[in-house]
Design a protein around this ligand. Structure first.
Ligand SMILES: [Fe+2]
Ligand SMILES: [Fe+2]
Length: 365
């Protein structure tokens, strides 16, 4: 039997946070849509060990269909297509393990932020809902860890993701916690889970992501429904501060120059014998061609396709921050994705799906 200790070698030093705990003496339903979301969440609980069949081995050939989620699909480059089958299988397995590890660590962050929200949000319905989300996130941590260990190995958190989680956990402002977690991190996750779920032909991963993505669509709904009520109550300065927080979170998650993600991916390519220079120059040369087919008004990645539309819906996309979003999207993905100017960027911004729960399982575009 393993020895139980208070300190384990895998735990980090404690992070001091500035959160205020808020009692609320009104227990009557007050925000109806949050109360019904809470009931829906309670009804939709599932159990990782019981409801998913873990006995199935992972079929690596089928696993190779799993998308890698780069901003521009590197799977479409000529260099990628020239690689031998075994290299592609290995590359997909390791890259996916890295990506799934980021999901896993993000889920741990979500677990802790959701638990903080129980304490910090001032409305009873919002506390109730955050309690159900806390349970959901615990389950997500459990199932992702189990899957990655079956697939490969858990890789460390990318510093840029850790930075956002730290910022969201340490801020004393509960609305920033909502924006950082429920809009930016959850928005990116939901988009990525959807894409992975709908394209992978690996049945166990697909099952797991179906359960997780359904929960995440409620988490996103919580953010939207709560924040869109809160934003009109803010003065201009507070609203601008919240907008800036959202931009910084989104930027550090997708910026290619941000510490971590990209360097690790290059490392993985080298591990399996892929030449990063050849891969990148193929991507660079073919970027316009690969993105040319994409019609305007479509979702072209998590930030343009989901996070920014969510911010717009919540009243957090002023012209000022739209210009900043446009600028960093264009730097990272080029004008075909971002639009040549802010006007085009805003005109091509898709609306949020009419029904996120159906969108996430591929029933809506
Ligand atoms: Fe989650
Ligand atoms: Fe979540």
């Amino acid at each position: 039997m393993e020895t139980f200790t208070l300190q384990t070698p895998t735990q980090e030093a404690g992070l001091a946070t500035a959160m205020e705990v808020v009692y609320q003496w009104n227990y009557d339903p007050e925000v109806d849509e949050l109360r019904s979301l809470y009931v829906k969440a309670a009804e939709a609980q599932w159990i990782g060990a019981r409801d998913i069949d873990w006995e199935r081995p992972i079929d690596l050939a089928r696993f190779a269909t799993t998308p890698l989620g780069a901003g521009i699909p590197i799977e479409k480059t000529s260099y990628w297509r020239s690689l031998p089958g075994e290299t592609l299988v290995e590359l997909t397995r390791r890259t996916a393990a890295f990506r799934l590890s980021q999901f896993l660590h993000g889920e741990q962050g979500a677990l802790m932020v959701a638990a903080q929200l129980v304490n910090a949000v001032p409305h009873t319905d919002a506390k109730f809902y955050a309690a159900t989300q806390t349970m959901d996130e615990a389950r997500h941590v459990e199932v992702f860890a189990r899957y990655i260990e079956k697939l490969d190995e858990i890789r460390p958190i990318a510093p840029s993701l850790k930075g956002i989680l730290d910022q969201t956990l340490t801020t004393g402002d509960w609305m920033k916690k909502l924006v950082g977690m429920q809009i930016v991190v959850e928005g990116l996750a939901l988009y990525a889970f959807r894409e992975m779920r709908n394209l992978t032909q690996e049945p166990l991963l697909r099952d797991l992501l179906t359960y997780v993505a359904r929960d995440e669509s409620r988490h996103h709904a919580y953010g939207v429904q709560y924040i869109e009520r809160c934003v009109p109550c803010l003065d201009a300065a507070a609203r601008a501060e919240l907008e800036d927080f959202a931009v910084e979170c989104a930027r550090s998650l997708i910026d290619r120059n941000a510490q971590g993600f990209f360097t690790t991916l290059l490392g993985i390519w080298q591990e399996v014998g892929v030449d990063p220079v050849a891969m990148l120059s193929s991507l660079h040369d073919e970027r316009e061609e690969i993105t040319r087919e994409l019609p305007p008004g479509r979702r072209l990645g998590p930030v343009q396709g989901f996070v920014i539309p969510t911010l717009r819906r919540c009243g957090l996309l002023s012209e000022r921050v739209a210009a900043r979003f446009h600028e960093f999207l264009r730097e990272n993905f080029g004008s075909r994705v971002a639009g040549v100017n802010v006007e085009e960027f805003l005109a091509n911004l898709p609306d949020l799906p009419a029904d996120t729960a159906r969108w996430v399982v591929g029933e809506l575009q």
